[in-house]
Design a protein around this ligand. Structure first.
Ligand SMILES: [Zn+2]
Length: 330
């Protein structure tokens, strides 16, 4: 027997079968004409709308409220969630920092609509880290000491990421791969810089990369993360917010994504083997013993030539290249 889903139809006054339609609903809400998409349930007998599950009506009302906010320029729940995520704070802390009543943010998640004044404050917090930290200092006495210190260290990290391209790339790789050790990160930065030459013809990272015994290294990034040793780096900041990628163009992100989806699936040791097979690194290791420390700067022109010649600008060519490296080093 088929497992039929039923819903109650007010028109038929009975449990009925229904279909679901993706519809664009247009209606007036608080004097504003709004439109939003919703999966509408419709009775198979009379075509009337039916609630397909117990959350149906509240879900629909939330969609309506969110559409109203977007269309009138009020911050929506995604925007508020983005603030909580960006600064790694809870709803109550955000309310305290913004100078609102303690339950104000929580109430927004229960369907209350922010006033325009509060909405402007929240937008400003979302977009402007300096404004945020001023508010934190103004409202410091409302925060527990532990919470305050956590917020300050998060802020410092945010400032670092928002002002440095290489930090944004590192953060992007860390958050997208999840399990990346300091040495693997160095390889992935180096591959990203190379792949960007093959894909976009340009230099991605302007810091100088050095030929260390274990492969190419950007020393300032290495120093920042070396405390993790052979363990994965865990202080990546997940955020879709613009400040985390403000220094990167879409085509550069495409190059980094290519690296994440190809080189990024291999272990640190494998990445090291690949990096040891590449000419730009090898030519700066001439005269050095295998484990001997070296800090010679790798030549950008050589990197560009290597990646362009090997056409490392698509998933297919990169995966084929990796296979060749691994076969050759056995
Ligand atoms: Zn019906």
């Amino acid at each position: 027997m088929e497992n039929l889903k039923l819903a109650y139809c007010n028109e038929c006054e009975d449990l009925v079968e229904y279909d679901i339609y993706d519809e664009l609903i247009e209606e007036e809400f608080k004097g504003v004409k709004i439109s939003y998409k919703f999966k509408i349930g419709k009775c198979k007998c009379c075509n009337c709308e039916v609630a397909t599950d117990i959350d149906y009506n509240s879900r629909k009302s939330n969609e309506k409220i969110e559409a109203y906010k977007r269309q009138t320029g009020i911050i929506d729940l995604n925007g508020i969630s983005e603030i909580l995520e960006k600064y790694d704070i809870g709803k109550e802390n955000l309310a305290d920092i913004a100078g609102f009543g303690k339950v104000t943010i929580k109430r927004y998640f229960d369907g209350f609509i922010p006033s325009r004044e509060y909405s402007e404050i929240l937008f400003k917090i979302l977009n402007d880290e300096e404004y945020f930290i001023e508010l934190v200092e103004d409202n410091k006495e409302k925060l527990k000491d532990v919470a305050y210190r956590k917020i300050i260290s998060r802020y410092e990290r945010l400032v670092e990421i928002s002002s440095s391209k290489i930090d944004q790339i590192a953060n992007y790789i860390i958050t997208h791969i999840g399990e990346v050790t300091p040495l693997a990160l160095e390889k992935l930065l180096s591959f990203s810089n190379g792949v960007n030459y093959a894909l976009n013809g340009k230099q991605l990272i302007f810091e100088k990369s050095q030929a260390w015994a274990h492969g190419p290294v950007y020393p300032q990034i290495y120093n920042k993360y070396k405390k993790y040793g052979y363990k994965p780096i865990d202080d990546g900041i997940y955020s879709t917010h613009g400040c985390m990628l403000s220094k990167l163009s879409e085509e550069e992100i495409e190059a980094i994504d290519l690296v994440i989806n190809t080189f990024g699936i291999y272990s640190p040791k494998t990445l090291e083997r690949i990096s040891h097979s590449q000419d730009p690194w090898k030519e700066k290791r001439i005269g050095y013993k295998e484990d001997e420390a070296g800090q010679e700067v790798i030549d950008e022109a050589s990197i560009k030539l290597f990646y362009t010649n090997h056409k490392l600008n698509s998933e297919d060519t990169i995966m084929a290249y990796i296979m060749t490296c691994l076969k050759a080093s056995h």
